[in-house]
Design a protein around this ligand. Structure first.
Ligand SMILES: Nc1ncnc2c1ncn2[C@@H]1O[C@H](COP(=O)(O)OP(=O)(O)OP(=O)(O)O)[C@@H](O)[C@H]1O
Ligand SMILES: [Mg+2]
Length: 452
């Protein structure tokens, strides 16, 4: 993309309505525009990151064997009456009536709809295990929408539902989700800690929330510092290997980590004092086992091997896709702007031409652009006539992790400058070497996108 042809409405001033840094930077970098309270338009740059985050979620879900589908945003009230939640859900549910007077709602979640799909088509244990998921807009009429995409009213969520024949099988699905979530967040450059949580109105027994530590988080969290050292890294995960999944989950759930709802002072006090931490956290996902809470009232049952019939065991598993953009920025920024992790960056590399119109500089920028594209990367080339300082400020604000700066003076010596947004360090390299280095940095990220 050439900046002269792009739509990047950056703001020079700090928007007064933004109370936290991620909201401020998303507005300033021209990523979102508020349409109504808690409802946003995704401008091109924001939309690109949203799609990147969504793609990682899709890839990691499908790697775990979960199957994508798409359910509608508008749902019939009748199904929710069957589960008893139509009246129970309260004011967060946006209720709508169509021209025939039928009660509808904008889905805040999808347990009823997915259970209806399941019961219409599956009747035998032989079709299990099954996990279906989608990434779809939700609406919750939050009483206090705030912090930009962090607490919206309309927001994008990945919600997945497992269907299993018994408790043991459902717990394998639980473990699969926990591990796939750990991988998902790691690929986004985030440390999200699974914390034992309270099951709340959805009900059920086992549940963990995934929290990104940040001062601006809405949850209060307590944890053993040892948990922040854990990483999956590039270890091979076999999603059919239940023992391996269990051991990974044990690794992550053994150190103490809880939200204020389940916090237990006596357990916490047993941790060595220097490792006892409390802070704030942003909830970026949650996994739930709730057994037959929906399959019982909605009559979703399967035939068992011995000819019996049992209600199916279920769980639901959510990732806050749009909230993640805010969480990533809260975790990765400086006073100049956003610093995108390589896994989600809207463009892989910026190209800054210091002297637009200079024949040699223009030609080299075009060559670098073409070479990056040939390496499977997407550059953003600032080919405008803006002065250098302004170009750097925009690149720093929008946070591309790598920048190649091209100017007539360097070119006389056959070099361009490659700069890391994170460290601010620059090195002079030949244009070919700079492209090569950027391609090598992104190679593992491109490879991670492939699902075997
Ligand atoms: N209003 C919202 N705006 C943006 N993302 C949200 C919102 N509500 C929930 N999410 C995201 O969707 C994920 C799954 O939804 P879930 O039903 O667990 O939310 P929740 O527990 O009600 O969230 P919260 O406690 O933050 O209100 C959450 O972990 C969160 O990341
Ligand atoms: Mg939750």
């Amino acid at each position: 993309m050439r900046l002269s042809r792009y739509f990047l409405p950056v703001l020079k001033e700090n928007p007064a309505e933004a109370q936290i840094v991620s909201h401020r930077l998303m507005l300033r970098a021209g990523m979102i525009k508020q349409a109504q309270a808690g409802i946003y338009s995704w401008l091109p740059l924001g939309y690109k990151v949203l799609r990147n985050v969504e793609a990682i979620v899709h890839q990691e879900q499908q790697r775990a064997g979960h199957i994508p589908l798409l359910m509608p945003t508008l749902q019939s009230a009748d199904l929710w009456r069957e589960s008893g939640r139509y009246d129970a859900y309260g004011e967060e549910m946006l209720r709508i009536t169509d021209r025939q007077g039928r009660d509808m709602l904008y889905g805040p979640t999808n347990e009823e709809l997915i259970t209806d799909i399941f019961r219409s088509h599956v009747s035998s244990y032989k079709d299990l295990p099954l996990t279906l998921y989608h990434i779809q807009w939700k609406f919750r009429d939050e009483i206090r929408p705030r912090f930009g995409v962090m607490r919206g009213r309309e927001f994008l969520m990945k919600d997945g539902y497992n269907f299993d024949v018994d408790y043991e099988a459902a717990m394998r699905a639980y473990d699969r989700h926990m591990v796939s979530y750990l991988r998902t967040y790691e690929r986004m450059g985030l440390k999200a800690i699974p914390m034992r949580a309270d099951s709340g109105p959805i009900g059920g027994e086992d549940t963990h929330e995934f929290l990104v530590l940040a001062d601006t988080g809405e949850s209060e969290v307590f944890y053993d510092a040892a948990i922040t050292d854990l990483t999956l890294g590039d270890r091979a995960v076999d999603y059919d290997d239940a023992a391996q999944l269990r051991s990974i989950c044990e690794e992550w759930t053994t150190p103490y980590a809880r939200t204020d709802e389940t916090h237990d002072e006596s357990l916490f006090d047993a941790i060595p004092e220097d490792r006892r931490k409390s802070s704030r956290g942003i909830e970026v996902g949650q996994i739930f086992y709730f057994g037959t809470k929906y399959s019982d009232p909605l009559n979703a049952a399967v035939q068992t091997a011995d000819g019996g019939k049992v209600p199916v065991h279920m769980g639901s598993h959510g990732i806050g896709v749009s909230r993640l953009l805010g969480a990533i920025i809260e975790a990765s920024h400086d006073d100049k702007g956003i610093i995108w992790p390589e896994g989600v960056t809207p463009f892989h590399c910026g190209i800054v031409n210091l002297r637009q119109g200079d024949e040699a500089a223009d030609a080299e920028c075009n060559r670098i652009y073409a070479a990056l594209v040939a390496a499977g990367l997407e550059p953003l080339y600032d080919d405008t006539n803006e002065r250098a300082g302004g170009k750097f400020a925009t690149m720093d604000l929008i946070g591309l992790p790598w920048r190649i700066t091209v100017g007539p003076r360097g070119l006389k010596n056959g070099v361009v400058e490659l700069t890391s947004r994170r460290t601010g360090e620059s090195e002079e390299l030949s244009p070919e070497a700079a492209v090569q280095k950027v391609a090598e940095i992104y190679a593992p990220h491109l490879a991670a996108a492939a699902i075997l």
